[in-house]
Design a protein. Structure first.
Length: 454
């Protein structure tokens, strides 16, 4: 607002307007009401100007983001085409060989198995794509129920174990010494943990160390997956959870990944009412992904704090785990060790019996369908040699019909558990057994072992 004296020279006023640009000239004397309204009008105009400027800045940012997304989508399509071609090429070669009778009977079987593997890879890619599209459009339904976190961890470790073992990594698990319950979709949450474990295995040079730690903090449970791998720069950390985002120079490590795993993980965690964050001190300094979820209220019948945890301590117990599925046996063994148990693993029935001849176990967890000597027979021979009182025998099997339960009972098992086992149920059985021979620590209530039908 420029105030001019009365009778000001019009050319001089024009020169002022030209020099100052967007001004309003008020000639004195001016009434208060007129001055106030001129000021208000000027302020309103200024405010609109700011709004337009902000709008233009936001538009430029949105355009830039669209450009980046578009570029990422193009890169993604190129990678997708490449990843689809990878399994398609051997399948098409094998078909050619089979069609023209160029493979002998023996080789034909190998080719069919190879095609099956490659079709499996294709299916996985397509499923990942469908899944991420469903979750981003909000079409994915969770099937939540009370779940035991240790069971989830065990399922996730089981599915990631092959990748971890193949790269020669060491996996350390650290779980609270008491059961932690969540209200969650067990399949989806195991998928979250397993995805983070797989990434830790992929983006860590062979022979690395991966740590999975579960902490119960107030009303939250935090699951942390840490590796000592290639790390993530500060810049990449900002958009690591975005769709199709892959760190350019690490792409060859992604093992067929499409840059959608972490997006899926983040959305699934958020659907559970939780959050995920990432920490890394930079290149070659390892990474740490932290998932925090609301914890389910503690079941009053179970020990709620570490102070009551002696009831869940297995340090007095020697346990034999026998399963021909090595990953299942190893991951269960690792979990039991976290609770202090001394664990021996056998991958077949004969080794289980041999182990029993050389030492005394407090408990044995036996798979039923083992190829050489099945779990029923192993149980019968153990009972014949060691009697009923000394050892707790648990059948852990995929079969859960009444008839299956009757058979395991007849073979001498104490309890029948179906896979995947609810870890707190397993712990409850094992703790009870420990109390058979040992005096119980004062005040530490033993958990009631639930019925075998659970
Ligand atoms: P991808 O299929 O490429 O593995 P993800 O969405 O799972 O896709 O991960 C996105 C990117 O984040 C990866 O390409 C990788 O560069 C980086 N990343 C994920 N996890 C880790 C990790 N543990 N250490 C280092 N980089 C990681």
């Amino acid at each position: 607002l420029v105030l001019a004296r009365p009778n000001a020279d019009p050319p001089a006023l024009a020169a002022v307007t030209q020099k100052l640009g967007n001004v309003t000239i008020l000639v004195r004397p001016i009434g208060v009401a007129a001055l106030v309204s001129a000021v208000q009008t000027a302020l309103r105009a200024r405010k609109r100007q700011y709004q337009i400027r902000q709008h233009l800045v936001e538009r430029a940012q949105a355009e830039e983001q669209l450009r980046i997304n578009d570029q990422r989508k193009d890169e993604f399509l190129a990678i997708l085409a490449h990843e689809l071609r990878n399994p398609l090429a051997p399948v098409s070669n094998a078909l050619h060989l089979l069609q023209h009778g160029l493979a002998g009977q023996h080789r034909a079987l190998g080719l069919v198995q190879m095609m099956e593997r490659q079709v499996g890879n294709l299916t996985r890619l397509v499923n990942d794509l469908l899944e991420v599209s469903r979750v981003t459009r909000g079409e994915l339904d969770l099937h939540c129920e009370p779940v035991d976190l240790a069971t989830l961890v065990s399922t996730a470790v089981e599915s990631s174990q092959p990748l971890i073992t193949a790269a020669g990594h060491r996996l350390h698990l650290s779980l609270p010494p008491f059961p932690v319950r969540l209200h969650a979709d067990p399949v989806r949450l195991a998928q979250v943990i397993s995805n983070l474990l797989n990434n830790a295995a992929k983006y860590t040079p062979d022979g690395g160390t991966i740590r999975l730690t579960v902490r119960h903090e107030g009303a939250e449970v935090c699951i942390e997956v840490q590796d000592n791998g290639i790390g993530i720069s500060a810049e990449d950390r900002q958009n690591i959870f975005e769709l199709f985002m892959q760190v350019q120079q690490n792409r060859e490590r992604s093992q067929g990944g499409l840059g959608i795993g972490l997006t899926l993980v983040k959305r699934l965690v958020e659907l559970h009412g939780g959050r995920i964050s990432v920490e890394s001190e930079g290149f070659q300094k390892g990474s740490r992904f932290i998932v925090c979820l609301p914890a389910e209220q503690q079941d009053e019948s179970l020990p709620a704090t570490a102070a009551l945890s002696p009831a869940w301590n297995l340090s007095h117990l020697e346990i034999l785990v026998a399963d021909d599925n090595r990953d299942a046996a190893d991951s269960l063994g690792t979990l039991l060790q976290q609770f202090g148990a001394q664990v021996t693993i056998a991958y077949d029935g004969q080794s289980a019996l041999d182990a029993f001849r050389s030492r005394t176990f407090g408990a044995a967890i036996l798979d039923i369908g083992m190829p050489d000597i099945d779990g029923h027979q192993v149980a019968r021979r153990i009972r014949a040699e060691h009697g009923r009182q000394t050892v707790l025998l648990l059948a852990l099997t995929g079969w859960g019909q009444q008839e299956d339960i009757r058979k395991t009972a007849a073979a001498g098992f104490d309890h029948h558990l179906t896979k995947p086992v609810d870890f707190s149920v397993l712990l409850a059985y094992l703790c009870r057994n420990g109390a058979r021979d040992r005096p119980r620590s004062a005040g530490a209530a033993l958990p009631e072992a639930p019925s075998p039908s659970r």
